[in-house]
Write a protein that binds this ligand. Structure first.
Ligand SMILES: NC(=O)c1ccc[n+]([C@@H]2O[C@H](COP(=O)([O-])OP(=O)(O)OC[C@H]3O[C@@H](n4cnc5c(N)ncnc54)[C@H](OP(=O)(O)O)[C@@H]3O)[C@@H](O)[C@H]2O)c1
Length: 325
């Protein structure tokens, strides 16, 4: 049995982690820290939670004394790196759900997030097993991908060499903005609605650009559902191509991936909600040589907590799919 902890357990991704880890048969969840709700029942904050579990409020010294095998940080960016410097990571592995260690070039992170990443003793691995499984298995510290970034990279990675330009048109459920967002405080704001925002400069655009090396455009939207995400990738091809061959290329590329499925069918949001799957489909080419590929995933699962558990399984030598559906 491996021992694990969550810092930031009361947030949306922390809560999803808490549920997944509680149900995981090969780990013991010893720390579920919250600043504001320590000592309170989880069910007092989330009515989907059955059980008497109570948020913990351990000091960093107390957390370090547990000598946990792995700690998840489910905190806002910048708060994560401030927290990591308090943790003893000699034995304990880390998975950070924030953006603090997703960027290879610290100057890019600083430019986008407005603050330099604090150095840590570990090299961080980008936590997308479809691209970096071996590195994750050997990692002491993993930076979990952003949700839009994961859906976009998975949709575009195998075709990027043939693309002159890719336009990502993405839609997310409102949990993507966290517990403190206006949507969380007043879900009526989104009723029967779809809202575009950050038309050209969303932070995840720069995260995607680390792995999709062709010119890209990225526009996010939020729509009237709690969790779930769709990314439609409009790929302007350099040359003529055959859509069946492209789909076959995707099927080959993802054939060993535990949670990324490829088919001709256009995926919809509901088929990946509350699962760790990313479904990729569509593969139509129009008369302008534009290929359209659609990916869906759940922003709280494959886009955050589910991905983090998959990464934990790999890092701790557990079966990759353990505790996930
Ligand atoms: N939501 C998503 O779909 C999603 C997907 C991928 C990645 N992420 C990333 O995952 C991280 C967590 O996201 P989330 O949606 O779970 O956010 P959230 O719902 O806002 O939760 C964050 C939690 O962090 C704690 N916290 C806030 N400020 C803090 C501070 N200054 N010091 C220590 N703890 C603090 C809060 O818990 P207490 O006040 O109780 O301590 C809060 O519940 C973010 O970096 C986000 O960008 C989110």
């Amino acid at each position: 049995m491996k021992s694990v902890g969550i810092i930031g357990a009361s947030g949306f991704t922390g809560h999803e982690l808490l549920k997944l880890l509680n149900a995981h048969e090969l780990v013991d969840l010893k720390v579920m820290n919250s600043r504001n709700y320590a000592g309170k029942k989880v069910s007092s904050l989330y009515n989907d939670f059955e059980g008497d579990d109570v948020y913990t409020g351990y000091s960093f010294d107390e957390v370090n004394a547990f000598n946990l095998d792995l700690i998840f940080l489910a905190l806002p960016h910048a708060k994560s790196m401030d927290t990591i410097k308090e943790l003893d990571t000699t034995k304990t592995k880390l998975i950070d759900l924030s953006a603090d260690y997703r960027f290879k070039d610290p100057e890019v992170y600083e430019k986008i997030y407005g603050r330099a990443s604090l150095a840590t003793e570990h090299t961080w691995v980008y936590g997308l097993p479809e691209l970096f499984k071996t590195e994750i298995q050997n990692a002491k510290a993993v930076a979990n991908p952003g949700c839009y970034a994961a859906a976009s990279i998975l949709a575009a990675y195998p075709i990027q060499d043939e693309a002159a330009h890719i336009v990502f048109d993405c839609k997310s459920g409102w949990s993507g903005a966290g517990r403190d967002s206006d949507y969380a405080k007043n879900p009526g704001l989104l009723k029967d609605n779809l809202i575009a925002y950050k038309l050209t400069k969303h932070r995840h655009k720069y995260e995607i650009e680390q792995f999709v090396k062709t010119p890209i455009s990225f526009t996010p939207h939020v729509f009237d559902t709690f969790e779930g995400m769709m990314c439609t990738a409009h790929v302007l091809l350099k040359n003529g191509a055959n859509s069946d061959e492209i789909m076959k290329r995707y099927q080959d590329f993802y054939k060993d991936s535990a949670f990324t499925r490829v088919s001709q069918a256009i995926p919809d949001v509901s088929q990946t909600q509350k699962t760790n799957y990313c479904d990729i489909g569509g593969f139509e080419i129009d008369e302008n040589n534009q290929l359209v590929i659609v990916s869906t995933l759940d922003n709280l699962w494959k886009g955050a907590a589910g991905q983090a558990v998959q990464n934990m399984n790999l890092m701790l030598g557990l079966p990759e799919t353990e505790g996930l559906i």
